[in-house]
Design a protein around this ligand. Sequence first.
Ligand SMILES: [Zn+2]
Length: 679
Amino acid sequence: MLTSVIVLLAACSSKQKETQPENQSSEFKYLVDEFADLKVMRYQIPDWDKLSLQQKEYLYYLGEAAKCGRDILWDQNFKYNLLVRKTLENILNTYSGDTSTNEYKQFVVYAKRVFFSNGIHHHYAEDKLIPEFPATYFQELLAKSNKEGFPLKEGQTIEAFGSFVQDIISNPQTYKMRKSNDETQDILLASSTNFYDGVSKKEAEDFYNKMLDPKDETPLSYGLNSRLVKKDGKLTEEVYKIGGRYSQAIEKVVYWLEKANKVAENDNQKKYTQLLMDYYKTGDLKTWDDYNIAWVQDTESTIDFVNGFIESYGDPLGIKATWEAVVNFKDMEATKKTNIISQNAKWFEENSPVDPRFKKKEVKGVSAKAIIATTLGGDCFPAPPIGINLPNANWIRKDYGSKSVTITNLMDAYDKAAEESPKSVSKEFTFSDEEYELGKEYGSITSVLTTDLHECLGHGSGQLLPGVNPNALMENSSSLEEARADLFALYYCADPKMVELGLLPSMEAAKAEYNGYIRNGLQIQFVRIELGKDVNQAHMQARKLISTWAYENGKGDNVIEKKVKDGKTYFVVNDHEKLRELFGLLLAEIQRIKSEGDYAAGKKLIDDYAVKIDPELHKEVRERYQALNLKPYGGFINPEIVPVEENGKLIDYKLEYPSDFLQQHLKYGKEYNFLKAEE
Ligand SMILES: [Zn+2]
């Protein structure tokens, strides 16, 4: 599971400035590009020079493996994404016409948006990105570019090709949504994702429900690594593996993993990396589980990585996983805090406000650490999570624990980039100066803490009752799971135990977190959603559900008050203790829903609280935000790890921090181009 950025643009405390890495010159610019609703940042890799040559080499190979699966994600997102990307790349690389015109600039913005989203649909809102340049201009772009570079079908004319691509990118009626939530339609058939082909929701559910044995306590993650297609009326899985679907890209991933494994830090790493490669060769989900079990038990290594088909947020049914990769090493200083949390995991589980029947009897191996990312790939690039908790299989988490990380250099980059922007979202939506100052003083401390609690404890807490189908909550499972982890974090963030453990300076800090969460859940996060649209994304639904539920259910005691000043709406927390009680109640209920597999109750919570935005409030929030002229979504450019040779001998790996978003994607398009475009 992933955590995305919780507060859009948190105020940065002075404490963080003091802990800036030494190698960071004051010249380093974090925010390097802004277009449409996006901003592009760079992230630093502090402590690189404290690593040994072997560790750097290991990170370099793992980084190459992380970049080799890029094409896979593009194809998973939509069957024509690679076709469109290769078309855009060829125009950007060879167009001989005038590049100073307004139309060409609009074309470049469109191309950058597509690169940012790994496809033609918005990475967050899921809807098709419609180019601003006129349709006739597209033909001109094609005519003045190198014809051989376009992925034409055999015998296809450039004109026919042009019309075909143009319809894909600019017809608002076709391939409307990547992942559709429209319940008036079949959500699989209405989605443009490429996890299924010609398969209805019912057919897919029947296909996978048949595989599940309710008595099996260690079920495989059925369907995780395949595309389900209907051929001659029969359903078959096309497995992602060497010799199967995406073979050419997976072969390269394995090639670099093999090189990496020769310079791994220890035998444990070698063992699970070998299992991962075996899994890529066979597609065998049992091997995938074996890999995860071995991987989750390695808490000693400095260097670590995620590489595989892991998160199922992109699948309307939450079964199939997108390809992703994050390469990283341990942030020693920050890890001390997360260790305190995981060492007390048992206490947290025992004292949670959840029915004892749904609690884990034994809390095992909850490991947590802060990490420094060195390369992002697949679904973690360019818009990465700031926290990761894996593996996802419930029974592995229960029997072997889970590994949980927060990515400190990315969180730091978000904060620094926000500082480079003159306007503040939190200020705009905060009712009083006093509340704003509180947020400024404690906001970044508590957001790191709640991210840790969410990842280290939240997702790992609780258990299913025996025989409960882990997929019982179906399309609502991701949102309810994120809500559960958020509530766990919120509940404990304001526990006196936090001060006792030295994780919070005072209980005042927890107030800052509650204020910020409510502001975000009831207002700020809506800036990311177009007027008239619903909340779709799992983390956002979770925040909306929690905040709205607490607001509605606390009305009697005026726990959260809606105030209007100068025509602007604010939500002010009046009673933080009562709010904590409400969080505890909702946590208990969502845990019950998960543990019992109560689909109907879960669906009702989502429908009642998580999806619909009050249209007037939505309009107001968007207008206030637009007046600030900031970008709601952030993503990154990867640093380059470059081998340094002297007299033909490798002596070091140095870091370069490129600042051109488009150039990095064009470079990747040349160097990591392994899959053919769908015809
Ligand atoms: Zn989560």
